[in-house]
Design a protein around this ligand. Structure first.
Ligand code: SAM
Length: 213
């Protein structure tokens, strides 16, 4: 998702108390920022933030961090966040997920969500896909031993690519489906993302996998 550049979005983000600005200083100290020892979950490429905001509302005993590369998109998530000042367990980062290891210490993250990640259809861009083995190696560095990565998409080619990458990287496929919304066990508690709502309303089946090491 790349919205038109919104003038002033960088400034608004720069002043927001819900965005962590000194990211590299937070490494290994996220429990100090949240002021508790609750487990930390991140969404990489959160877009406009509906999924992670709802997850934070439903799980006050867990901490959440939404990560987004573009200011104009993060701004939309921030607008929602500002309506919920009572929410103590949700922060945002404006960054490229290539740098995750600079921000989180080994094992500091208990779970990672990837929702409707950009497909990067050209082969030469495969390394930019968030479920690629290059990104799995980054997740491996920050994810707790028992941690899981959950990935949803309606893009069947990207999903098949991810299945191959899981195998190549030596991760375990804990569960998967090619039609999440008709899979009673896996759909329980499902929170729809902005893209999920749009594509499922067009009749596209949603694929999901849960993986671990
Ligand atoms: N997760 C949302 C949803 O399901 O509605 C948004 C999906 S959108 C297709 C993908 C988002 O991931 C975009 O907003 C994009 O800017 C962000 N993104 C892609 N690659 C990223 C990266 N390397 N680091 C951070 N964000 C990234």
């Amino acid at each position: 998702m790349r919205l038109r550049n919104i003038p002033g979005s960088r400034e608004v983000i720069g002043e927001s108390k819900y965005v962590i600005h000194e990211m590299e200083e937070a490494k290994g100290k996220w429990s100090e920022i949240f002021q508790n020892d609750h487990p930390i979950y991140i969404e990489v490429g959160m877009g406009k933030g509906r999924f992670i905001t709802q997850l934070a509302l439903e799980n006050p005993d867990k901490n959440f961090i939404g990560i987004e590369k573009y200011s104009s998109v993060l701004l939309r998530a921030l607008e929602k966040r500002e309506q919920l000042p009572e929410l103590m367990n949700l922060y945002f980062l404006r960054m490229d997920a290539e740098d995750l290891e600079k921000i989180f210490a080994p094992g500091e993250v208990s779970g990672i969500y990837l929702n409707f990640s950009d497909p990067w259809p050209k082969d030469r861009h495969a390394k930019r896909r968030l479920p690629s083995k290059e990104f799995l190696a980054r997740y491996d560095k920050i994810l707790a031993r028992e941690g899981k990565v959950e990935f949803k998409t309606d893009n069947i080619d990207l999903f098949r690519f991810a299945l191959e990458q899981v195998q190549e990287a030596g991760w375990k496929l804990e569960a998967h489906t090619y039609d999440l919304h008709h899979e009673p066990e896996m759909v329980k508690g499902n929170i729809m993302t902005e893209y999920e709502e749009r594509f499922s309303s067009q009749g596209n089946p949603i694929c999901k996998m849960i993986i671990s090491r």
